[in-house]
Design a protein around this ligand. Structure first.
Ligand code: FAD
Ligand code: NAD
Length: 397
């Protein structure tokens, strides 16, 4: 049984077991929860250490072991959903019988509230959350684990211009990692810049807005995509932009509080995005249009300075033709005089015209993301328009 001193009110304590055949070792996590999915478990095998973190509601259950024998790089992860069982199958390097699985490492077999798992004691991560420009990771925690977040090295596979200053980066996860970032969550990227580790949050996207309508070019679970705007005077993004194909960046475990249960019985989904605040909307859009049968309409209001700044404009326009439930409206704050679309900043007038329910009592969710003043003003206007807290989800760090 997991040590559960911090989690008296949390889910019932998970446990784990293991068994072996001549060639395989299977580690089984019994979560005692029915809604476990493949994105609830993150597995890393680095050198001899094996780490599996399972997210159970707002808690994190960790298996962290130095394996007693060598295993091959790759492994498989299976979920038996109706009983909440996770099976991780490792391949032995040698067909010998193991007497024990290995030796426990830090926090092995523990269940802690997720927030505590992330910020436990790292003042540098707290600085980052408070909006400091950089997170200097002179972290006192063990290697690869700044601020209680676990990192693995991912290799840059491709980089493609999307607008004049925004690029689509594709990174490959190591074969010894199982990581699927849940919809609406972000990760931290870490680079060493002039001997200092810098950490910034980014939201993974799909490789295309239309990816649900075509076969992905690369398998989804081994690659991670980011749409990232390069700020010439920025601390982190110019360094990221200078990476060559084949270079590495550290990618953390996911964070964030969006839950797909917010989509249950949803009829109207409204997305308010400004600039790169569009990034969480990408997976949200794909997921809602593919998985929510009750959905009647999805509308995106996309705020940018100029037409040249609009990310994936052609994808968005194509999607309006492919799916009649979807509509997009572009609002520019610094348009050229020929622009005959909507202009200005987020305002009660723009919002009240845009946020029309498909029926009086339809279930609505409004998601908002962008620069902090945009998000704060937007939320204030939404409350003034009588939308309740439960009907609004804002994306922040
Ligand atoms: P910074 O050094 O932070 O500078 C950014 C700009 O502000 C520059 O133009 C700089 O000159 C200016 N600036 C900095 N400090 C000051 C100051 N004190 N006064 C005046 N101007 C200043 N971004 C994306 O592109 N894609 C994403 O998917 C994404 N996801 C995010 C998810 C979350 C949860 C959060 C919180 C942010 C996300 N961001 C995303 C933003 C990202 O984390 C960085 O903030 C961004 O990339 C800028 O980093 P930087 O170090 O290059 O620039
Ligand atoms: P930008 O400067 O190009 O501005 C885009 C639009 O945002 C503008 O056209 C305007 O309509 C609006 N806007 C900008 N400043 C405003 C202000 N002071 N008041 C009201 N509206 C304003 O945007 P950008 O450079 O792409 O920045 C995107 C922002 O989104 C960044 O701050 C980034 O950190 C944030 N972001 C957050 C998350 C998240 O929290 N999950 C994810 C991605 C991006």
């Amino acid at each position: 049984q997991a040590t559960d001193t911090l989690a008296r009110e949390g889910p019932s304590s998970p446990s784990y077991d293991w068994f072996q055949t001549d060639s395989l070792v299977t580690i089984v996590v019994y979560t005692k929860q029915k809604d476990i999915t493949l994105d609830s478990v993150i597995v890393d095998h680095q050198d001899d250490s094996f780490r599996a973190e399972t997210i159970i509601k707002d808690y994190s259950y960790l298996i962290n072991i130095e394996l007693s024998h060598a295993v091959q790089g790759d492994f498989s992860v299976r979920i038996v959903e109706n009983v909440g069982k996770i099976e991780i199958v490792l391949k032995k390097k040698e067909n010998t019988s193991w007497k024990c699985l290995g030796h426990p490492l830090e926090n092995h077999n523990s269940l802690v509230p997720k927030k505590d798992a992330v910020v436990s004691g790292c003042r540098f991560h707290l600085l980052l959350l408070e909006g400091s420009r950089s997170c200097v990771s002179e972290c006192t925690l063990y290697a690869g684990n700044c601020a209680g977040l676990f990192y693995r090295q991912c290799q840059l596979i491709s980089k493609e211009d999307v607008t004049h200053d925004t690029r689509l980066f594709c990174f490959m996860l190591p074969p010894s990692t199982h990581l699927q970032v849940p919809i609406g969550q972000h990760v931290y990227l870490k680079l060493t810049i002039t001997d200092t580790e810098i950490v910034k949050p980014y939201t993974p996207v799909s490789d295309s807005l239309l990816s649900e309508f075509k076969e992905p070019a690369l398998p989804n679970n081994k690659y991670i995509y980011f749409l990232i705007k390069i700020y010439p005077a920025g601390l982190f993004t110019p360094e990221l932009d200078h990476l060559q194909i084949g270079d590495f960046v550290f990618v953390s475990n996911p964070e964030g509080n969006f839950k797909t249960s917010q989509f249950q019985e949803l009829e109207d989904l409204f997305l308010l995005a400004a600039g790169t605040g569009f990034t969480p909307m990408v997976k949200l859009l794909n997921y809602a249009l593919t998985n929510i049968p009750s959905l009647r309409k999805v509308k995106l209001m996309f705020f940018n300075k100029t037409e040249d700044d609009i990310i994936w404009r052609s994808h968005l326009e194509e999607l309006t033709f492919k799916d009649k439930r979807f509509d997009v409206e572009f609002v520019l704050s610094a348009p050229i005089s020929e622009w005959n679309g909507k202009q200005g900043h987020v305002s009660p007038a723009l919002l009240s015209e845009f946020l029309k329910r498909s029926s009086d009592k339809s279930k609505v969710l409004i998601c908002i993301c962008g620069p902090t003043p945009f998000t704060e003003q937007g939320i204030k206007f939404l409350h003034e328009l009588n939308f309740s807290k439960d009907e609004i989800h804002s994306f922040t760090a």
